[in-house]
Design a protein around this ligand. Structure first.
Ligand code: FDA
Length: 369
């Protein structure tokens, strides 16, 4: 017999939800994480008594009442609504593209005026079968919105020309003909009061956890500890990179403490221009309507990735998808349960990760035991 029923590699949302569900039915779990803290990318820390989202701004949103109730078991959410603004050539515009944006761009006052403006440009610059991101954007929103608010930001974010990016990156570009700055369309939205750590602590209550512990430092020892392994790290690393390395886009975060109670008046301000090296500034206190005397801001710099850096966004091009497919086939043949953003090489929002962990717990663990 083994010491544990389950070894869960990674204490991010996927691993923590999996551990919670398994512990609930009496399974003995060990969670390991190579970082010095639990929670993966939703981990928060305090600076100047302000909650900081250490790995980038995290706003919880979902349409699924079950998922909303699930996270609300562990904490209280505030009523934060994500309404970013973007700075382009010295002017501020509301996002997502809505009547406020169209007024700021063209002085359009009615939805009819705005629609006419956009449609004329789509007719003139759009193409039937967009072959790249630029053509896709021109076909969906026309030239002014694309050139003023999309092109430079997207090129910075991906480090490539819009004409060299695949069209599907912006498959959906929501346009609203209402004065509605709420970025997400979901029914439920908010930020957990005090940050995400409480959710992770609640999920992992009663579960043994070892931090600063990398699975690959002693793989055979960890494999011997439990009957079942749940792996939420990088799938290419798990299979020893035998089909090559999967590529990512990385980010660098620079924090500054500022001696002012309000730096930018909003939690998220995007910086569109190519001349500014960062893509956005997060002012964390506004996520919690904070009244602290000081403020902490984080500049977010997109960066090319190397295996020494944090992997943030998977690069979903043909080359990487083909490599991922090969790992996926190997994963299907193994007894290990692979889940989460790194093991599935996929961008997931938090609500999707929770749903996926609960589903995989039922279908890949419970139903096979
Ligand atoms: P996560 O990366 O969190 O956890 C994996 C864990 O495994 C890590 O702790 C890692 O250290 C550990 N690990 C890996 N390899 C290991 C090894 N070999 N040994 C031991 N441990 C190992 N979502 C949303 O809903 N709203 C939002 O606003 C945002 N915002 C956002 C901003 C940015 C910049 C990013 C990159 C992402 C978001 N997200 C988001 C998405 C959100 O971060 C994501 O859904 C979850 O954090 C994914 O949780 P996982 O458990 O899959 O991975």
């Amino acid at each position: 017999t083994t010491d544990y029923d389950l070894l869960i590699v990674g204490s991010g949302l996927f691993g923590a939800v999996f551990a919670h569900e398994a512990t609930k039915i009496g399974k003995r779990c060990l969670v390991i994480d190579k970082r010095s803290h639990r929670g993966g990318n939703v981990y928060c820390e305090k600076i100047e008594d302000i909650t900081i989202h250490k790995y980038g701004a995290h706003i919880f949103h979902t349409n699924d009442k079950f998922i909303w109730d699930y996270v609300n078991q562990f904490t209280t959410f505030n009523h934060y609504i994500n309404s970013p603004v973007t700075l382009a050539k010295g002017r501020l515009y509301n996002l997502p593209f809505n009547m406020n944006t169209f007024y700021q761009l063209w002085g359009a006052i009615t939805p009819e005026e705005a629609r006419a403006k956009i449609n004329v440009q789509i007719d003139r610059f759009g193409v039937a079968n967009p072959a790249n991101l630029e053509e896709q954007a021109l076909s969906m929103v026309g030239k002014d919105i694309y050139e003023t608010l999309i092109k430079e930001y997207t090129e910075k974010q991906w480090g490539r020309k819009a004409t060299e990016l695949p069209p599907f990156i912006i498959k959906r570009l929501p346009i609203r003909y209402t004065f509605d700055n709420n970025y997400f369309n979901d029914t439920y939205q908010g930020i957990p009061v005090g940050g995400y750590n409480k959710i992770i602590d609640g999920l992992l209550e009663g579960t043994e956890i070892r931090l600063n512990t990398d699975f690959f430092d002693d793989r055979s020892y960890f494999e011997s500890l439990a009957e079942t392994i749940v792996f939420t790290g990088k799938i290419d690393e798990y299979f020893d990179y035998q089909f090559g390395e999967l590529e990512y886009r990385s980010l660098r975060f620079e924090n500054e403490i500022i001696n002012s109670s309000n730096f930018q008046g909003n939690a998220v301000v995007n910086y569109n221009d190519a001349t500014v090296p960062f893509t956005r500034i997060i002012e964390h206190k506004h996520f919690e309507f904070g009244k602290q005397p000081q403020t902490v801001i984080t500049k977010e710099y997109p960066e090319s990735w190397s295996s020494k850096k944090e992997a943030f966004y998977p690069v979903n091009d043909k080359k990487n998808q083909a490599i991922y497919k090969q790992y996926c086939l190997m994963a299907k043949d193994s007894k290990v349960i692979f889940g989460g953003r790194l093991a599935e090489y996929k961008y997931y929002d938090m609500h999707q990760i929770i749903a996926s962990a609960i589903r995989k717990f039922k279908t890949e663990y419970c139903e096979t035991k």
